[in-house]
Design a protein around this ligand. Structure first.
Ligand SMILES: NC(=O)c1ccc[n+]([C@@H]2O[C@H](COP(=O)([O-])OP(=O)(O)OC[C@H]3O[C@@H](n4cnc5c(N)ncnc54)[C@H](O)[C@@H]3O)[C@@H](O)[C@H]2O)c1
Length: 282
C-alpha cells in the first residue's frame, strides 16, 4: 500500500519524537491518528487526536479500528521503576500487537532504543544480530518490544521495523549525541522504509544519521535502501563538542549515563566492569 493511501496510528504521537515525526511526514498519509494519554491539539488537517491508554487492551483495540499501519512511540523514554516499565512499556507493547492482530493490521514501525545494546563498550561496533545487552529497565523493555515483534511476525505475520533510535532531537546538543543523533528527515526516511519495504519481517536497525567512526553497523538499514541525508557533525551545537565528560562508566559504555545508574537510582562507577573485557561479563 502507498503511504498516501494509509491511515496510520501514531501511539505517543503527542510526545517529542511524535511531534517531530508528524511535522516531517504526516502530510504523506491519507489520515493520521495521534493516539496518546493527552489530547493533542496542534493537529494538521489530516490528523485526529485519540485519547487512549495503551495499557487498556480493549480501549486500544477499539482505537486501532480502520488503521492500516502503526507507528509505536508510546511509553517511558528513560529508566523508571521496573513495575512502571513492565506495566506501560512491556504490557503496553504487548497490547499494541494483540490489538493489531485483532484488527488485521500487518505493519508496525516501533521505537526501540540504542539502550537495548547500551552495555557494549564504545570501542566495539555493534550490529543488530549481536546479542542484546540492555543497560537498565528501559533498555530491557526495548529488548522485550523487539522480541514481541518477532513473536507476532512468526505467529501472526505482522511485519515490524524496530528502530534502535539513538538521539532524536532537532540537533545533537551533547557529546554522546555526536555519535547517536538522528535528524528528523532521516528518522522519517526510516519510518517510510518500515511502512512499505516488502522484505521487512521482524527487522531491527539503528536510528542514526551518517556518522564516521560510529558505534553501530547499520548495513541492514543500508540493504533496505536507507541513505542518511544528514551527517551528525554538520548539525552539532557548540555544547555538543564542549560538554563535560561524564562518569568513567558512562564514557566507557555506549549507553552513557544509563550504564552508571544503579538499581537504587544512584549514579556510581562500576570499577569492576571497567577492568574486565566484555566477554568477562557476558
Ligand atoms: N527521544 C529520543 O531521542 C529517543 C531515543 C530512543 C528511543 N526513543 C523512543 O521513542 C519514543 C518516543 O520518545 P519521546 O522522546 O518522544 O518520549 P516522550 O515522553 O516525549 O513521548 C512519549 C509519549 O507517549 C505517551 N504515553 C506514555 N504512556 C502512554 C500510555 N500508557 N498510553 C498512551 N500514550 C502514552 C506520552 O504521553 C508521551 O506523549 C519512546 O518509545 C522512546 O523510548 C526516543
Amino acid at each position: 500500500m502507498n503511504l498516501s493511501e494509509m491511515h496510520v496510528v501514531v501511539t505517543g504521537g503527542a510526545g517529542r519524537v511524535g511531534k517531530t515525526l508528524r511535522k516531517a511526514m504526516s502530510a504523506e498519509f491519507r489520515k493520521v491518528t495521534v493516539l496518546d494519554l493527552v489530547a493533542e491539539t496542534d493537529l494538521a488537517e489530516n490528523e485526529v487526536a485519540s485519547v487512549c491508554d495503551i495499557v487498556d487492551l480493549a480501549a486500544l483495540t477499539g482505537a486501532l479500528e480502520g488503521a492500516d499501519a502503526l507507528i509505536h512511540l508510546a511509553g517511558y523514554p528513560i529508566d523508571q521503576a521496573i513495575e512502571d516499565i513492565l506495566r506501560v512499556n512491556c504490557q503496553g507493547t504487548w497490547n499494541l500487537y494483540e490489538a493489531a492482530r485483532q484488527q488485521g493490521i500487518g505493519r508496525v514501525v516501533q521505537a526501540s532504543s540504542n539502550h537495548a545494546t547500551g552495555f557494549y563498550r564504545r570501542d566495539q561496533r555493534v550490529s543488530p544480530d549481536m546479542p542484546m545487552r540492555p543497560d537498565g529497565s528501559y533498555g530491557l523493555s526495548k529488548c522485550f518490544g523487539e522480541l514481541v515483534a518477532g513473536l507476532y511476525w512468526d505467529k501472526a505475520g505482522i511485519r515490524t521495523l524496530s528502530l534502535r533510535i539513538g538521539n532524536a532531537m532537532d540537533r545533537p546538543s551533547h557529546r554522546r549525541g555526536l555519535v547517536t543523533w538522528i535528524s528528523p528527515r532521516d528518522l522519517a526516511q526510516q519510518v517510510r522504509i518500515g511502512l512499505t519495504h516488502p522484505d521487512i519481517d521482524a527487522t531491527v536497525i539503528y536510528g542514526v544519521s551518517a556518522c564516521e567512526d560510529g558505534w553501530w553497523d547499520n548495513s541492514v538499514a543500508t540493504a533496505l535502501g536507507y541513505v542518511p541525508q544528514d551527517r551528525i557533525e554538520d548539525f552539532a551545537t557548540p555544547d555538543a563538542w564542549t560538554s563535560p565528560l561524564e562518569t568513567e562508566v558512562a564514557e566507557t559504555f555506549q549507553g552513557g549515563m544509563f550504564c552508571s545508574v544503579n538499581h537504587d537510582g544512584v549514579i556510581r562507577g562500576r570499577a569492576d566492569l571497567l577492568s574486565k573485557s566484555n566477554s568477562d561479563h557476558d
